[in-house]
Write a protein that binds this ligand. Structure first.
Ligand code: NAP
Length: 331
């Protein structure tokens, strides 16, 4: 029997461990074209909060009593598929199970020799690609422009800031912890960083950090942090709406300032996106990210939880800011 996590109930507000339930399941025998996988590393991601609710979104909700599904790197333990052999590692959207029998189609082979397996869930995977396309395609940052990124010490944010540095920009990060601020300033060479939880005055700190205003804003969090950044945008600014994590656990929609007059007066562009919009260009993004990782221009950090049973706790930790970089669960 193998362990599985299912959605027990839909969270109201912040998710709790009681929203998840462990079950024991028996695996079927594998059929032609299928593989049996042993989970190696699980990704926990903020978008999964959206799938726990039944509100209409770009991706279907999890169903009560069914396995949570997310990004997983797993080892092939048995194979009846031509393209995969025992010992290969694969990446897929897979259930939160210790082991699983799934069709080989839809799995992507990953190579430990190119990068550590966890990187396929982070900098060389969905979060890295999100940073790459959300920044470069939507915001088109130019040399010497000021780029502000919120959620700056997270999986997406730390890549955004470093890519902006590679483009020759002045980079300002906003994060919720002194150790994170220290990391992005001193390890990733951001030009300025603000702890939004301890600042006495975010507007004043932004004014100091962005003396020439804000040309690009990569928004991972929304809410009051974004209100403060948008108030400082320059003429022709570009705003990429990547995530709104500060609002994901809200039970009512908070009302903020009306920002349309600012966008109008500054001839600014604001655009939301989902990384899968860029699926056709993923090979381009992967190649560039791998090059920058390879030549040391992009650094990366994971926060690792250990053990299958830690999955719910690790997921909830995203909403408590406990991660520096990509949050993963190693089995
Ligand atoms: P992450 O930043 O690694 O982890 C989440 C971080 O969000 C936490 O560490 C915490 O950092 C911050 N946070 C949590 N609650 C907050 C709040 N109330 N206010 C402000 N910050 C808060 O996660 P990620 O995977 O890189 O994702 C970052 C954002 O991008 C999320 O909003 C996610 O939904 C979005 N995203 C979008 C796409 C897309 O296709 N559009 C793809 C991937 C991710 P602090 O300590 O700094 O508070």
């Amino acid at each position: 029997m193998k362990k599985q996590f299912v959605l027990k109930s839909r969270p109201v507000g912040k998710p709790a461990e009681s929203n998840f339930e462990t079950r024991l399941i028996e695996l079927p025998n594998i059929a032609e074209g299928e593989v049996r996988l042993v989970a190696h590393t699980f990704s926990v991601d903020p978008y999964m909060r959206g799938r726990m609710s039944d509100a209409k979104s770009y991706i279907a909700p999890y169903q009560i009593g069914e396995a949570i599904v997310g990004g997983v790197v797993a080892r092939v333990a048995e194979s009846k598929a031509e393209n995969l052999k025992v010992g290969d590692y694969v990446l897929g959207m897979l259930p939160w199970q210790e082991e699983m029998v799934v069709p080989a189609s839809g799995l992507q082979k990953v190579d430990e020799k190119i990068a550590p397996l966890s990187y396929y869930l982070g900098i060389l995977g969905m979060p890295g690609l999100t940073a790459y396309f959300g920044l470069l395609d939507i915001c088109k940052p130019q040399k010497d422009e000021t780029v502000v990124v919120s959620g700056a010490a997270g999986a997406v944010g730390m890549v955004v800031g470093q890519i902006a540095k590679i483009q020759g920009c002045r980079v300002v990060g906003i994060a919720g912890d002194d150790a994170k601020v220290d990391y992005i300033l001193n390890q990733l060479n951001f030009d300025a960083a603000i702890n939004y939880k301890t600042t006495a005055n975010l507007d004043a700190d932004l004014a100091v950090a962005c003396p020439s205003g804000v040309d690009v804003y990569f928004d991972n969090v929304g809410g009051e942090i974004s209100d403060a950044v948008v108030a400082r945008i320059n003429k022709g600014a570009r705003i990429s709406i990547c995530g709104q994590i500060s609002l994901y656990n809200e039970t009512t929609q908070p009302v903020g300032p009306r920002i349309q007059p600012t966008l109008l007066k500054r001839s600014a562009l604001m655009k939301g996106f989902i990384v899968s919009n860029y699926a056709a260009r993923f090979p381009e993004g992967f190649t560039k990210l791998a090059e920058w990782v390879g030549n040391g221009q992009l650094k990366y950090n994971n926060t690792n939880y250990k053990g299958f049973e830690k999955l719910p706790e690790a997921f909830i930790a995203l909403f408590e800011g406990k991660n520096l970089g990509k949050l993963i669960v190693e089995v």
